[in-house]
Write a protein that binds this ligand. Structure first.
Ligand SMILES: [Zn+2]
Length: 318
């Protein structure tokens, strides 16, 4: 793996390509992510989220878009289905696409659709997108909405065990606190919080408490710091004058709490407003420079940029 190469835990580029009418292979000044800018930002792979996954139609539509994106030779993209694929992508100078669905309310409870999608390359799932579905309940964005206390259902338990068996990563970002703890109880494999920051710094329910971060570390899991302004700032506002260094403040916080093995980046690019100073996916260069500035060892920078996610791939995927 290239030194300081980045694996990004979450991008909504699929949706942005449609909404902003742009092509993945063309460098754009719109949005955050495309192939040329990923190259400039030294990003070798990312979790490409299909959003929303609230019903089967949305998942089918997103899956077709993702398959077409990977099949188009001009996009220089390939699926990452096993850890070795990363080296292949690097050698062929392609970007790695990790097939992720954000909220799987569209899955049937007999898990036929899940198994079919696994065969098409699905390697990571978020159980809900802050909503309530048959498998579990999500976190609310609104601090005034009381937390849903139902947690993971019996159908959700079967789904998590099937994910463990198939070799699909379970992502706890967007889950309610009760669901988070249930997933940790049920899953026999390490989990991720693909795009969640620290609640001690920015008190929104989408972020993880210190207790959750400790539990995630004990599970061998990884959290990807979310670059969304509203997930970074002490005042939780979405204004984009947030200093980009705030992202590294969150990395620092996790590193000081549980060590460097459990923190990574989950930008949420093309899905949320990020600090103006970060601009887009090329901003990873600034973040790496900031970690160097703060005296991080190269070993730790590599763990945070890609090593920690690769550890999860090796533990969870078959
Ligand atoms: Zn999200």
């Amino acid at each position: 793996m290239k030194d300081q190469a980045v694996i990004d835990g979450h991008t909504d580029v699929l949706l942005a390509l449609i909404q902003q009418r742009r092509k993945f292979f063309e460098e754009s000044d719109k949005g955050h992510v495309d192939f040329p800018r990923m190259k400039k930002g030294n990003v070798i792979a990312a979790f490409f989220a299909i959003w929303p996954g609230i019903n089967q139609y949305h998942i089918q539509r997103g899956t077709q878009q993702l398959l077409e994106l990977v099949e188009e030779p001009k996009n220089n993209a390939m699926f990452i289905k096993k850890p070795n694929d990363l080296e292949k992508a690097e050698k062929e100078e392609k970007v790695g696409v990790i097939f992720h669905i954000e909220g799987i309310g569209g899955f049937d409870t007999e898990l036929h659709f899940f198994n079919i999608l696994y065969r098409l390359g699905l390697r990571s799932i978020g159980i809900t997108w802050s909503d309530v579905n048959i498998f579990g309940s999500g976190s609310s964005f609104d601090p005034n909405t009381p937390e849903d206390t139902r947690g993971i259902t019996s159908e959700g338990r079967e789904l998590i065990l099937e994910a463990n068996k198939l070799g699909v990563i379970v992502d706890v970002s967007h889950l309610s606190d009760k669901s988070f703890w249930d997933v940790l109880d049920i899953s026999k494999k390490p989990i991720i919080a693909s795009h969640s920051s620290c609640r001690s710094i920015c008190p929104v329910s989408r972020n993880l408490t210190d207790e959750m971060i400790h539990a995630l570390a004990d599970n061998g899991g990884v959290m990807g710091i979310n670059f969304g302004n509203m997930f970074l700032r002490e005042d939780c506002r979405s204004s984009n004058d947030t200093p980009f260094t705030k992202i590294i403040d969150h990395v620092d916080y996790v590193k000081n709490l549980v060590g460097p093995d459990h923190v990574a980046f989950g930008s949420d690019f093309d899905g949320t407003g990020v600090p103006t100073e970060v601009k887009d996916v090329t901003g990873f260069n600034k973040l790496v420079a900031e970690m160097e500035e703060r005296g991080y060892s190269n070993e730790d920078i590599n763990k945070i940029c890609h090593g920690n996610f690769i550890r999860i791939f090796k533990k969870v995927w078959r």
